[in-house]
Design a binder for this molecule. Structure first.
Ligand SMILES: [Zn+2]
Length: 248
């Protein structure tokens, strides 16, 4: 099927947003298209089923709280939904899933061995979920320098307007905080532009992931022509993008 390149190692087809950056790693990364609201497990499962990805597998949902907890999906009892914003697995039985709308889904793959999937917004980044996830994988024997990282479509610096109380968490990260002129629209005084991609790239590098193996989707959820779900565009309670990761 014809795929539209989203830039940064992602493409979109009618059925899914595809993390092409993970090609050849033995793991798949897919996110739901604008036509799918993945908020509910039943709807997310129906979408996963339509992709033919679920034969003999179990979907591993999380109760996302913008924290830094990363769980071992393979150790969870069936049906248990832990309070966490990331999970990893070494088993091809598990389909990891996170929900986002403006935050980033972040896949971390130790080729042919292990996959992790994280929900990363500014809060999760501020409390260190990326470092925690790389550490969890390293404890299982995955060398951070061998990981492939792919961050899915999220709100880019063109639209990510934040107050100084948010920006202050990231003022030591080069390129993270940008002047308001970077924003396409500004809704209130005293705000700046936050570059979540710069934060993710820096935190991955600090955790030992190679920059050459780090891919970040270029598309902005807020302003990419209504192609992607966006919390800031659609408002609270709006549809969510489901992102899944699994071993082939
Ligand atoms: Zn934008």
């Amino acid at each position: 099927m014809a795929a539209l390149d989203l830039g940064g190692g992602f493409a979109v087809t009618r059925d899914a947003i595809v993390a092409t950056a993970l090609t050849g790693t033995g793991a798949r990364g897919l996110a739901s298209p604008i036509t799918v609201d993945a908020r509910l497990d039943a709807d997310a499962s129906a979408w996963v089923h339509s992709l033919g990805a679920d034969a003999g597998r179990r979907m591993r949902s999380l109760k996302q709280v913008h924290g830094a907890t990363v769980v071992d999906a393979g150790a969870l009892a069936d049906g248990r939904v832990p309070e966490a914003d990331g999970a990893w697995t070494s088993s091809a039985r598990d389909i990891l899933i996170v929900r986002t709308a403006d935050c980033a889904a972040l896949w971390l793959v130790d080729p042919r061995r292990r996959v992790a999937l994280l929900h990363v917004g500014w809060r999760g980044a501020a409390v260190g979920i990326i470092r925690r996830a790389v550490h969890a994988l390293a404890q299982q024997g995955s060398d951070p320098a061998a990981l492939v990282a792919a961050a899915g479509p999220h709100i880019r610096r063109c639209c990510f307007e934040v107050g100084s109380e948010v920006a202050t968490h990231f003022d030591k990260i080069e390129g993270a905080v940008n002047p308001p002129e970077v924003l396409k629209t500004r809704t209130r005084a005293g705000t700046v532009s936050l570059d979540l991609a710069a934060i993710i790239a820096t935190q991955l590098r600090e955790a030992g992931v190679r920059s050459a193996a780090t891919h970040i989707a270029a598309a902005c959820t807020r302003c990419s022509g209504g192609m992607l779900h966006s919390y800031r565009r659609n408002g609270q309670g709006g549809p969510l993008m489901g992102s899944i990761g699994f071993l082939e």
